[in-house]
Ligand binder design. Structure first.
Ligand SMILES: [Zn+2]
Length: 311
């Protein structure tokens, strides 16, 4: 069993958030007003119970979505990871410092997106098999908080739910949708991220990782959430109806993170959005990786479940 597990990470030192305290941005481009003027995009709601949030969310999913891959295929994926001694399976924080040329080292990444209930179900099955993953929570998702015209009011009670995932041995991470929020709410991305990370850290979630979300708001403008981070080399200014939305100015480290999942030191990757017809093909793809490969394995809870009559 040990061969499947990563050593427990001990974080050295505190994350640097100094960049979030830099002075306000000057006008970014001629003719554009500086963006990031809304300083209350992140707030907290302490009234709504997580059971109610999830009940409504599950009902909304049931009406509007179907799981494209069979749950039994997800179980087969986990069994492959557990039963073969080829793999070392890691959450993001461990993957960045786990190297073994005799193994396939797997970064197990879950972008929760819209479906936290299935995320918990995955977390439980992984826990049964001694597997650990990182679950990335999306601030613009309806379960996260009340989405208002000027920001999000985070449901504090959902922390009880996220703690269930964490208690199963998994990590919580941030699913970055900062460009959407800058466009929709005129937030300052550094400021918002500092507020959210401060909240996580103050409430018992030692978040160190971020992965970027493929948001419709962003993609429809031919932008990409990864571009907010300088590591992706896309520094620029988006003209948001006369207001500047700047991106690519700061490293993900300036935002308070140790890693970004698309730049986590992997040489191979596969996912449930790689065009496979069945979940079983994801399993077969995993088997094709070789010793020494460092693999990003990305799955989205919404894609896995019982195959209902909507099929
Ligand atoms: Zn996503």
């Amino acid at each position: 069993m040990w061969s499947h597990l990563c050593s427990v990470a001990v974080l050295a030192g505190m994350l640097s958030l100094n960049a979030a305290e830099s002075e306000p941005a000057a006008a970014a481009a001629p003719g554009l007003k500086p963006g990031g003027q809304n300083h209350s995009g992140f707030s907290v709601d302490r009234t709504r119970k997580y059971e109610d949030v999830l009940r409504e969310n599950d009902e909304w999913i049931r009406k509007n979505y179907r799981h494209k891959y069979a749950w039994e295929d997800y179980i087969a994926l986990l069994d492959e990871l557990k039963n073969s001694d080829r793999y070392i399976v890691c959450p993001g924080r461990d993957f960045i410092k786990t190297f073994d040329p005799k193994k396939v080292v797997v970064y197990m990444r879950h972008d929760i997106d819209i479906d936290p209930s299935t995320a918990l179900r995955m977390a439980e099955e992984e826990h049964k098999r001694g597997l650990k993953a990182t679950y990335y929570i999306l601030p613009t998702a309806r379960y996260y908080g009340e989405q208002t015209p000027t920001g999000v009011r985070r449901y504090a009670d959902m922390d009880r739910f996220y703690r269930k995932i964490q208690a199963l041995g998994h990590d919580i991470g941030v699913h970055n949708d900062l460009l959407s929020m800058a466009i929709l709410w005129d937030i300052d991305p550094l400021e918002f991220q500092k507020q959210e990370l401060d909240y996580y850290h103050a409430n018992g979630f030692p978040v160190v990782g971020v992965v970027s979300h493929g948001s419709g708001v962003v993609l429809s403008r031919k932008l990409n959430n990864t571009w907010i981070f300088s590591e992706f080399g896309k520094k620029g200014v988006y003209d948001n109806r006369g207001v500047a939305v700047e991106y690519g100015k700061h490293s993900f480290k300036d935002f308070g993170f140790l890693y970004e999942g698309y730049r986590i030191g992997h040489n191979r990757g596969t996912s449930d959005i790689s065009g496979f017809k069945t979940g079983r093909e994801v399993v077969e793809r995993l088997k094709s990786f070789q010793h020494g490969d460092r693999v990003s394995l990305l799955t989205h809870p919404i894609h896995w479940g019982e195959q209902t009559d909507k099929r």
